[in-house]
Design a protein around this ligand. Structure first.
Ligand SMILES: Cc1cc2nc3c(=O)[nH]c(=O)nc-3n(C[C@H](O)[C@H](O)[C@H](O)COP(=O)(O)OP(=O)(O)OC[C@H]3O[C@@H](n4cnc5c(N)ncnc54)[C@H](O)[C@@H]3O)c2cc1C
Length: 426
């Protein structure tokens, strides 16, 4: 029988040391600690009909780098990062090591919440400590209950924009003594240096990108260029680091505030905060609507009949629909794991309104291919465009010819992906 207070911190979409309240709390509350990483993709039921496709190599690579960087950081505190094979093995660790407290970031997703409930039921003596490490606000700050979450983003924004966003926390100085489990086999951490372009997973790379972005003048022109289909500097590119938790939304928010203090605020710097509030909206939207996020009829409507023709879906995935701008964006996604916000709107509109396919097929493909996949932002945005989610407008259909004229008048983006890049990479 172990007489020391033992904690387990379960890392998932919060792969960072700084601004991580769970580490600070564990430091105060327990004498011994074990750190494990088990991502959402390993806790979903293998019989789950929503997970038929493999995740893209871009996504896997970003995640592996993110986790290996976390392991490196923890090693500076004398800790190893354990990577259980699956959810039952995580439970086995809790059981064998007689863990008293589980530290886990609040996750808005349905499967993640179900896994946590299953642990609480299996181990009634275990204290489960949640922290809001992924959102701007703590749930208790919100001026509404989940039941009264505003129906649209604009209503949400107006009610939260004035609230205080707490300052990010520093890294802990020390951590409780490590608990070793050498007798158990856990998966080794896959170390990789290979990355695509500038997207390198990990807290260190995320922090570098954050400093670099705010030491430039880019925040002053963000709103003018954020809709471009391509170009590293045309939007912040924070999303992959946010999705893996390498950066926190609060760190970015306070970097904008600091930038505005140093260089002055304008419409563009404000708009970065505006977009972070969209992310926040979908975070709480997902936490509240749970399984409705995945319903064909969305959050309130009756189930709808959508087409699921496999060949049409395949053409959309491979960038062979005949809509050049859509095909270029889809090839960009396949080759890089990333697509601009404008591109995502166009390809989603095409899948739903031109090809007549079930919006959930598109959302699922994004889930397995975007390096910034985030449950609320992805499924919430797809619902929004399908007209079954948080939008006063019933349908969002983009005129693809008009959009090409506006965002790629010289067809430079289309030519890049339909000809040169595609043949090189594909
Ligand atoms: C169909 C569809 C699916 C999407 N799926 C995802 C997803 O899985 N993960 C994801 O992070 N974003 C998703 N988005 C939102 C948006 O496209 C990306 O956040 C953005 O393109 C990321 O690039 P950036 O960091 O340069 O964004 P910026 O334009 O620089 O915005 C700054 C930050 O604000 C947030 N943000 C911006 N736009 C949105 C938005 N519409 N909804 C929610 N948050 C936003 C992001 O956290 C982003 O990093 C999706 C949008 C659509 C239309």
């Amino acid at each position: 029988m172990n007489d020391k207070k033992r904690g387990l911190i379960w890392f998932g979409n919060d792969c960072r040391i700084s601004d991580n309240n769970l580490l600070i709390r564990a430091n105060h509350e327990v004498e011994e600690l074990i750190c494990v990483y088990l991502p959402y993709s390993k806790i979903t039921n293998s019989e789950d009909e929503r997970t038929p496709v493999a995740r893209s190599e871009h996504l896997e690579r970003f995640e592996h780098k993110s986790v290996s960087n976390l392991a490196e950081s923890l090693s500076r505190y004398g800790h190893r990062l354990y990577t259980p094979h699956d959810f039952p093995q995580l439970c086995q660790i809790i059981d064998t090591l007689q863990i008293n407290t589980l530290y886990r970031a609040f996750h808005p997703g349905m499967y993640e919440q179900e896994a946590e409930k299953a642990i609480a039921q299996t181990f009634p003596q275990l204290t489960v400590c949640n922290a809001y490490t992924g959102s701007l606000f703590h749930q208790s700050q919100l001026p509404f209950t989940p039941e009264t979450l505003p129906a649209t983003f604009t209503q949400f924004r107006k009610r939260v924009e004035h609230l205080t966003i707490v300052e990010p926390l520093e890294q802990p100085v020390t951590l409780p003594a490590p608990i070793g489990i050498d007798c158990m086999s856990t998966e080794p951490i896959f170390m990789t240096e290979a990355t695509f372009g500038n997207f390198v997973g990990g807290e260190d790379a995320g922090q570098n990108h954050l400093s670099h972005y705010f030491s430039s003048q880019l925040p002053h022109s963000y709103k003018l260029v954020r809709n471009q289909l391509d170009g590293w500097d045309n939007s912040t590119k924070f999303s992959p680091w946010l999705a893996s938790g390498n950066l926190s939304a609060r760190q970015i928010w306070h970097s904008v505030i600091q930038f505005e203090r140093d260089h002055g605020a304008n419409d563009s710097s404000y708009w970065i905060k505006f977009e972070l509030l969209w992310r926040e909206f979908f975070h709480w939207y997902s936490a509240w609507h749970q399984e409705k996020l995945f319903h064909s009829g969305g959050i309130s409507k009756e189930p709808q009949l959508w087409d699921d023709d496999a060949a049409t879906l395949e053409a959309w995935i491979n960038g062979e629909t005949g809509f050049d701008i859509v095909d270029a964006c889809m090839r960009q996604l396949k080759n890089t794991g990333f697509m601009s916000n404008r591109g995502r709107q166009l390809v989603a509109s095409c899948l739903i309104h031109e090809l007549g396919l079930d919006w959930r097929l598109g959302a699922l493909y994004f889930e397995h291919n975007l390096i910034d996949y985030d449950v609320g932002s992805n499924w919430g945005n797809w619902q929004y465009i399908a007209g079954v989610g948080a939008d006063a407008k019933p349908v969002r259909r983009f005129d693809l010819d008009k959009q090409t004229q506006m965002y790629d008048p010289s067809r430079a983006f289309i030519n890049r992906w339909l000809d040169k890049e595609w043949q090189k990479c594909g």
